[in-house]
Design a protein around this ligand. Structure first.
Ligand code: GUN
Length: 297
């Protein structure tokens, strides 16, 4: 292996400490305690784990956490009514409705109902539009975390070739917008891209966000490239015992690490940065909503 391993766990711990400092400063100087409301509908086990983790880290950063757990049968009207209450609640600076939502609820409708000033996921069309236009707004947490890891490694990304595999609204598209704003030359690749390995081999920065375990191998990686693996895929792991599973990324780590210059592991790479960026967005929202300057984190 030749690649440097990008330690997302350590970077997230440093970011969380800065957030805690900013929150403490807001409380000390202005009596403001940023608050994050997380809404979980139903009992998706992975979502339950994420939501618990978000609430714990919010409190550890010195902020207020409001958890709303609703039954799987909750109607769209009930969820919209809760969003309306959270929009009007002065103690709430950030609102996150955990996805996926049950089939009877139109997720797009719910996300559009969230006050864009409290949209710490950055999924509201207003914030997506601001990002596309290069205007200030709230940016989706996972791509923001990827960008922070990249900039920690290389503060100036201008002129680099970046390839993002995946065109989701949650990761691929906002990631491409952030890299464009950093003056990278950006390609969004996806399942219909011709010669995907060849396109990826052009990349100085390769971001994989498709949910296909081990898709990216050494042959896809330009020597010395920075590889960011956003994938979180649960696969069976009989080597750990019968019925056991483990989490792997979209990149075949051992193979790609032999060629890349730097690479994020899974777990311990992008994952920890996502929740840290959610906390950062909550502090940012608490400031911008009140006309205060955006804190430097
Ligand atoms: N489900 C999986 N990831 C996310 C996320 O970043 N935000 C929300 N709201 N739901 C998710």
């Amino acid at each position: 292996m030749s690649a440097a391993i990008i330690d997302g766990k350590a970077a997230a711990a440093i970011l969380r400490a800065r957030i805690a400092e900013a929150a403490s400063d807001l409380r000390g100087r202005l009596g403001i305690t940023p608050g994050l409301a997380v809404v979980l509908v139903g009992d998706n086990p992975a979502s339950q784990v994420y939501v618990r983790s978000k609430a714990k880290q919010t409190v550890e950063a010195g902020m207020r956490s409001f958890e709303h757990k609703l039954a799987a049968e909750t109607t769209q009207e009930e969820l919209l009514a809760l969003v309306d209450r959270l929009n009007a609640d002065e103690a709430v600076d950030g609102i996150l409705v955990q996805l996926p939502l049950p089939a009877q609820i139109d997720a797009g409708l719910v996300l559009e109902r969230i006050d864009p000033a409290k949209d710490v996921d950055g999924f509201h069309p207003i914030n997506a539009g601001r990002l596309a236009a290069g205007a200030p707004g709230l940016v989706p947490c996972t791509p923001l975390g990827c960008l922070l890891l990249l900039k920690q490694l290389r503060p100036d990304l201008a002129g680099l070739e970046a390839v993002v595999i995946g065109r989701s609204n949650i990761v691929g598209k906002p990631m491409a917008a952030l890299l464009t704003a950093e003056s990278c030359t950006v390609t969004i690749a996806h399942s219909r891209t011709r010669d995907l390995p060849g396109v990826c081999r052009r990349a100085d920065i390769l971001v994989a966000a498709v949910g296909r375990p081990g898709l990216v191998t050494a042959e896809w990686v330009k020597p010395g490239a920075i590889v960011i693996d956003v994938g979180i895929n649960r696969v069976s792991a009989p080597e750990l015992g019968e019925g056991k599973t483990r989490i792997v990324g979209d990149v075949d780590f051992d193979s790609a690490a032999a060629v890349a210059g730097a690479i994020t592991p899974v777990p311990g790479g992008v994952g920890p940065m996502t929740i840290a960026c959610l906390l950062a967005n909550t502090v940012t929202a608490a400031c911008l909503r009140r006309g205060l300057p955006k804190p430097a984190l």
